[in-house]
Ligand binder design. Structure first.
Ligand code: SAM
Length: 275
């Protein structure tokens, strides 16, 4: 069965999708047998991959809340936004500032169908079906122009997306593009697979590459260089559970005082500001 979407791209239940496997790891229901099969390989051979997914999602949620609570920013561009789950960016932002506006960007056809259904009634959100590697097409998309005022600071969210962009596709160039489009005072959130130079990383990278043909685990230096020209805010780029942790985070795997597992070191998060 193939389900056609608005853009003419199709949902293929016979091929795993990054968005649906991630949804499965987060306990969601928007996935097919083929996604669960891959998800189960992750769970069996790489038991920490669930912790990575939760730690990442929690850091994203905290970052959105912090941006809205500590700055005047009320507009977000969420690149590689994924399937709707609990606490989507607009829900977290609007909880603190109801006027917040969000453009979700993803290429997965299922994200588009579900996203549009979820957001149908929300006038302050849009789902844009454009490849993040084509930033100009996102920037000039009518829905983006409808929602985002590029003369005011914007929060650009690169949450668990740039590790799906290979080196020869210039991930730093994508961040640079958006840095040049937004005014001073804009924020950038980044979370990224971090290479630990250990057996787990090598195995995880292999499974990801075999499944999706992409998935680049970068070193701390490589990740920091993606944010070149931006001021990285305290406490820097850290394993996601350690990035501005909160007591109330237990649902998403909050860390408290305990030691991190080896897996939780494999996803880092950070927030940066355009000077
Ligand atoms: N940002 C969400 C989060 O952090 O919870 C979801 C991250 S999920 C791991 C990665 C998402 O990026 C998937 O939904 C996938 O469809 C999307 N994606 C991957 N490559 C993409 C591309 N080139 N353009 C747009 N979206 C992409």
């Amino acid at each position: 069965m193939t389900v056609m979407t608005y853009e003419g791209s199709s949902i293929d239940p016979a091929r795993p999708s990054i968005a649906r496997v991630y949804d499965y790891l987060l306990g969601g229901k928007d996935n097919y047998a083929v996604d669960r099969e891959i998800g189960d390989v992750f769970k069996r051979d790489l038991p920490g991959s669930v912790a990575i997914a939760f730690a990442n999602r929690a850091a994203l949620t905290r970052a959105v809340a912090e941006i809205v609570k500590t700055t005047g920013i009320r507009q977000f561009i969420d690149l590689g936004s994924g399937l709707p789950t609990a606490d989507n960016v607009h829900q977290v932002a609007q909880r603190h500032a109801p006027e917040s506006r969000v453009v979700y960007v993803d290429i997965d056809p299922q994200v588009l169908v579900h996203g549009r259904a979820l957001l149908e009634k929300d006038e302050r959100t849009r789902v844009v079906a454009v490849d993040v590697r084509k930033p100009e097409a996102i920037r000039t998309h009518p829905d983006t122009l409808d929602i985002i005022d590029f003369t005011s600071p914007v929060a650009v969210m690169f949450s668990a997306i740039l590790h799906h962009v290979n080196d020869d596709e210039d991930p730093a160039g994508l961040v640079r593009y958006w840095r040049e489009q937004v005014p001073s005072g804009s924020y950038f959130f980044l979370s990224h697979f971090r290479s630990g130079h250990n057996a787990e990383t090598v195995e995880a990278e292999k499974v990801l590459q075999q499944t999706f043909g992409r998935g680049r685990w970068r070193t701390d230096e490589e990740i920091a260089s993606l944010l070149e020209g931006l001021e990285i805010l305290e406490p820097g780029i850290l394993p996601a559970p350690l990035w501005r942790p909160q007591e109330t985070d237990s649902r998403w795997g909050g860390v408290g005082q305990r030691e991190l597992t080896v897996w939780e070191h494999l996803i880092v998060a950070g927030l940066a500001r355009k000077p």
